[in-house]
Design a protein around this ligand. Structure first.
Ligand code: TRP
Length: 469
């Protein structure tokens, strides 16, 4: 893919031909995988699985990926390819083709808001990964006890200035790429660095097998115990399916607009979902044996990977090297995801507000960075500040927790719901059939899913959580 084919190169008005297409299906898969695979898989999935009791939660999560995430990803890609423009304009374009309400532009606005909020805390966690490169490289982890490793992590969280420094660095990395509008090199790097991350995860899984608790971890992850599943757990699993697949924010819509017409939307989406899920499950298999072998708490929260993986790197041969590489690759994965969070905002500012790319990147990046400071402070100075704590389900949630909850569990499913309704009820069926080019039974299955199953499932989970239990 040449530079001018990159999705960031001023995706404005014009036909597909003018904007250039992905050179191949692989390029799309690389870009979409770069966005999907990130902290969601390696940091968030294991810790929310631990907090929600394991097996039953994982099962619901996998169901959400297959029955809701995949169909919505297909819907996003399909809308993007059909519209052939940036998300907001694609929706407007399709809406007027099919003579419908231009209010669908709102989907873009929901996406922009979600992007701001997610990136603000995403960058803080990205900063943790940056910090751990140094921790691993300096050999500090070698032979450490679980207590010492936990202390390294709590020291980091207790220090707002250090957190701010790494958060700033991470944000700068993201802004640099978005400002330049060059993705080509990065996408090529995905094809080398993602498999490398995969291999390193496998290495840690290999180590985890030697801890003697691998069987217990497998049981924990894959043997459902429904007594541990709560309604809020179901909402979290649903929200995470959107988060981990980068759905609900029109990112896949933007990427879809560059997908050549002759490439199967279903097959490419399945590939992205499979890769994403494998990385998450591998992360779980790497982490939980270490949790059990060291008597740690599965529900330890957002610090889980930083309290477990360093133990593995401290004990395995060449652990400092593997650890350094692992955190470098984790930064890379988070970086490509971070870019896909900022990119839609910048594109939106360019298109809707007529700002140039540099100015909009600086402006949007600054707002995310500043908002990130609230998340940093809620790890230390504001740790006891729970602004909406009087609401039952938000009890004990810091600003950081609230941002995470509101985006992943409310905004993204809402965005996904709008996409499903748009594809299922607004677009013409003929247009969709042509884009998807599925066999009749498969098309039916997909169509019923986006028209009925997704809206009902997302709606039911919402209603249940807000008014039930
Ligand atoms: N999917 C990424 C992860 O798992 C996060 C992410 C990147 C994202 N872009 C997104 C989430 C867009 C929602 C929407 O880490």
């Amino acid at each position: 893919m040449s530079e001018s084919h990159a999705p960031t190169s001023g995706a404005m008005e014009g036909s597909n031909a003018k904007r250039g297409l992905w050179s191949s299906r692989l390029t799309f898969i690389l870009a979409a995988t770069g966005s999907a695979v990130g902290l969601g898989n390696i940091w968030k999935f294991p810790y929310i699985t631990g907090e929600n009791g394991g097996g039953a939660f994982v099962l619901v999560y996998l169901l959400c990926i297959a029955a809701i995430g995949l169909p919505i990803m297909m819907a996003e890609v399909l809308i993007g390819r059909r519209g052939g423009r940036s998300p907001v304009n694609s929706l407007r374009e399709i809406a007027s083709y099919d003579r419908l309400n231009p209010a669908w532009r709102m989907v873009g606005a929901v996406g922009v808001l979600a992007g701001f909020l997610i990136l603000s805390f995403y960058s803080v966690i990205g900063g943790w990964a940056v910090s751990y490169v140094g921790t691993a490289a300096s050999g500090q982890l070698t032979g450490q006890s679980a207590e010492a490793v936990s202390a390294i992590f709590s020291d980091l969280l207790a220090d707002p200035m250090t957190l701010l420094m790494w958060h700033t660095l991470f944000m700068a990395l993201v802004m640099l790429v978005v400002a330049k509008g060059v993705r080509a090199g990065l996408e090529r790097a995905v094809s080398i660095l993602m498999p490398a991350l995969f291999l390193l995860l496998l290495t840690v899984v290999g180590y985890a097998m030697t801890t003697g608790e691998f069987g217990r971890a497998v049981t924990f992850l894959f043997q459902p115990d429904f007594s541990k599943l709560t309604t809020s757990g179901v909402l979290i699993a649903l929200g995470h399916a959107f988060f981990t697949l980068s759905l609900g924010m029109a990112v896949m819509m933007a990427y879809g607009s560059y997908l050549p017409k002759n490439i199967s939307i279903a097959k490419t989406s399945i590939a992205v979902c499979l890769i994403d899920t494998c990385v998450a499950l591998l992360a779980g298999l790497a982490i939980f044996p270490i949790v059990f072998a060291n008597g740690l708490e599965p529900g330890a929260g957002p610090g889980l990977i930083f309290q477990t993986l360093p133990l593995a790197f401290g004990q395995m041969p060449m652990g400092s090297l593997f650890g350094t590489l692992f955190f470098l690759l984790l930064i890379f994965a988070a970086w490509t995801s971070g870019i896909s969070l900022l990119e839609p905002i910048v594109e939106w500012l360019e298109e809707q507000k007529g700002m140039n790319r540099t100015v909009s990147t600086l402006g949007a990046g600054f707002v995310c960075w500043a908002l990130g400071i609230a998340s940093i402070l809620s790890l230390n100075l504001w740790a006891d500040f729970t602004p909406l704590g009087s609401i039952d389900m938000l009890e004990g949630k810091t600003i950081f927790d609230l941002l995470d909850f509101f985006t992943a569990n409310i905004l993204l499913p809402l965005g996904g719901l709008l996409v499903a309704v748009f594809a299922g009820w607004v677009m013409s069926r003929e247009a969709i059939e042509k884009e998807l080019a599925l066999s009749e039974p498969m098309f039916r299955l997909w169509y019923i899913t986006v028209r009925f199953i997704t809206p009902v499932a997302v709606g039911a989970v919402f209603v249940y959580n807000l008014f039930g239990a």
